[in-house]
Design a protein around this ligand. Structure first.
Ligand code: IPE
Ligand code: IPE
Ligand code: MG
Ligand code: MG
Ligand code: MG
Length: 296
C-alpha cells in the first residue's frame, strides 16, 4: 500500500541530507553569519513538498531520485529564499516561520536579504553542476524551466502582482493569477524540471504543467483558509497575517465553506490532468486532496 505521508517524510530526509552536504557551514569565514542565517532557515523544518514533487515525478518516469538530488536541494533552497523574503517587514512582516522566529528577527533584515540572495544563486550553481547519466540538454531545459517558474514568469511575478493588488478591488481571476505565480509556479518548477531530466514527451509535460498549476491553486487556497482558522502552533507560522496585511484571499473573498469547495474543485481538476498516466502516477493523484485537507 502506498503511504503518501511516509513518502513525503522520506523525501524530506533525503533532501535534508543533500542540503547539508551542498550548503556546508563555514564557521570560521568572515561571512559566517551568512551561513548561519541560510542554514537556520533551511533546516528549521518545513514540509519539503517541492522536493517530494520532484522525486515523485522522476520516479513516475522510472528514474532514481539519487540522480537528481542537487535539483531537489536547489528547489527547496529557492522555496526557502522566497519564504525568508516573504516574511520581511517590507513584505508580510511576519515573526514566526517553521515554528521559529523568522530569519530577519534572528539575523537582522540585511542578513536575511543576503541569505535569500545566496540561497537563490547557489541553487543555480547546484543545478548547473554536471549530473551523472543525464544528457546536458535535458539538464539545461530543466534549469531554464526553474529560472522561468521561480522568477519573471512565476513566483516573483506573483509576489509582485500581489503587492500591487494590495488595498485594491480584486476578483477571482486576479487572485488565481497571483496564486499561480506565487505558489503554482514553484510546484511547476519541481515537477517540470524532473520531467525535463527524465526526457518526458511534450504531451506528458503539458499534462504535468496543468497538474502543477491546479495543485498550486488548491494548495494556496488551503493556505489562505489556514491563515484564518488554522492553529499557529501546528502551522509554525502566524495566523491572521493576511487580514493584518489587508490581503484579499479566497478566505476573505468567499465564505470559508465556499473557499474550501473551490479548493476541492481545483484538487479534482489537478487529478484529471493526470489522465494520460497509468498507476505510476497514483502518488501524484493522492496529493491534491491531501493538500486541501492538511492542517499545516
Ligand atoms: C508556504 O509553503 C508558502 C506558500 C506557498 C503558501 P509551504 O506550506 O510548503 O511551507 P513549508 O516549506 O512547509 O514551510
Ligand atoms: C507566499 O504566500 C508564497 C511565497 C513565499 C512565494 P504567503 O505569504 O501566503 O505564504 P505564507 O502564508 O507566509 O507561508
Ligand atoms: Mg506573502
Ligand atoms: Mg507570507
Ligand atoms: Mg499564507
Amino acid at each position: 500500500m502506498l503511504n503518501v505521508n511516509e513518502y513525503i517524510a522520506q523525501a524530506a530526509k533525503d533532501v535534508e541530507m543533500a542540503m547539508d552536504k551542498l550548503v556546508p557551514m563555514r564557521q570560521t569565514s568572515p561571512e559566517a553569519a551568512l551561513y548561519y542565517a541560510m542554514r537556520y532557515s533551511l533546516f528549521a523544518g518545513g514540509k519539503r513538498l517541492r522536493p517530494a514533487l520532484f522525486f515523485a515525478t522522476l520516479e513516475l518516469f522510472g528514474m532514481k531520485r539519487e540522480a537528481g538530488l542537487p535539483f531537489a536541494a536547489a528547489l527547496e533552497m529557492i522555496h526557502t529564499y522566497s519564504l525568508i523574503h516573504d516574511d520581511l517587514p517590507a513584505m508580510d512582516d511576519d515573526d514566526l516561520r517553521r515554528g521559529q522566529p523568522t530569519c530577519h528577527k534572528v539575523y537582522g533584515e540585511g542578513m536575511a536579504v543576503l541569505a535569500g540572495d545566496a540561497l537563490l544563486t547557489h541553487a543555480f550553481a547546484l543545478m548547473t553542476m554536471p549530473l551523472e547519466g543525464i544528457p546536458a540538454e535535458r539538464q539545461m531545459a530543466a534549469t531554464h524551466e526553474v529560472a522561468l517558474q521561480a522568477g519573471l514568469s512565476g513566483m516573483v511575478a506573483g509576489q509582485a502582482a500581489e503587492m500591487e493588488a494590495q488595498g485594491k478591488e480584486k476578483d477571482r481571476a486576479l487572485l488565481d493569477y497571483i496564486n499561480e505565480g506565487k505558489t503554482s509556479a514553484l510546484f511547476a518548477a519541481a515537477i517540470l524540471s524532473a520531467a525535463h531530466l527524465a526526457g518526458a514527451t511534450e504531451e506528458e509535460k503539458e499534462a504535468l504543467r496543468l497538474y502543477a498549476y491546479r495543485l498550486g491553486l488548491c494548495f494556496q487556497i488551503a493556505d489562505d483558509i489556514l491563515d484564518v482558522e488554522g492553529d499557529a502552533a501546528v502551522l509554525g507560522k502566524p495566523v491572521g497575517s493576511d487580514e493584518k496585511n489587508d490581503k484579499a484571499t479566497y478566505a476573505s473573498l468567499f465564505p470559508l465553506a465556499e473557499a474550501k469547495q473551490y479548493a476541492l474543485d481545483y484538487a479534482a481538476a489537478a487529478q484529471e490532468a493526470l489522465a494520460v498516466f497509468d498507476e505510476r502516477a497514483d502518488l501524484l493523484r493522492a496529493l491534491p486532496t491531501l493538500f486541501v485537507e492538511r492542517s499545516k
